[in-house]
Design a protein around this ligand. Sequence first.
Ligand SMILES: Cc1cc2nc3c(=O)[nH]c(=O)nc-3n(C[C@H](O)[C@H](O)[C@H](O)COP(=O)(O)O)c2cc1C
Length: 176
Amino acid sequence: MTVDLWEAIKGRRSIRAFTSDPVERRTLKRLIEAAIWAPSGGNAQTWRFVVVTDPDRIRRIKMVSPGLLGDPPVLIAACQDMDAAARKGGRLGREFLSVTDTGMAVQNLLLAAHAEGLGACVIASFHRGALKRLLHLPDEVEPLLLVSLGHPAEAPGPPDRDEGVISFEVYGGGNG
Ligand SMILES: Cc1cc2nc3c(=O)[nH]c(=O)nc-3n(C[C@H](O)[C@H](O)[C@H](O)COP(=O)(O)O)c2cc1C
């Protein structure tokens, strides 16, 4: 997979319609490899990933995930071992780094999926307790984000980006 970085950053879209073609296991492993090469606070690496391809399990996850649209052949639950996060980073690790680290790992995963010609969408709207039960997550492992994944069946245009978010030197400072 070789792709121009700017093409990957700007060309990636949230994809919510998928073909029924499966995604090869070695590709899935490559996507997780991309995820775990993200930075993490103190190099804690307390993220955990559960890759789901069983159609019946995906169907049951859909029932508890209002934000999950379409019929993806793959779901990836990006989780955190909260005990490990607290052990490695104390309160900051448990309450903050766990969330930021997961976001960084998931963005790597999304870019790698795009580079592989796959479509993906992040989902935060799901019932955490129900997902924990469906994935047999132990108490200390919390699901933070779901990623739906598959071969894209749509090619949406880019949604607007607000570029007026930058200040120089101090908040509200102009760029000259
Ligand atoms: C933390 C997070 C949570 C999101 N949750 C959902 C979700 O529950 N359902 C959904 O369809 N899209 C979800 N999205 C996707 C956003 O709607 C999407 O990224 C945004 O509209 C910009 O579109 P783009 O990804 O194509 O650039 C989420 C994105 C992020 C970063």
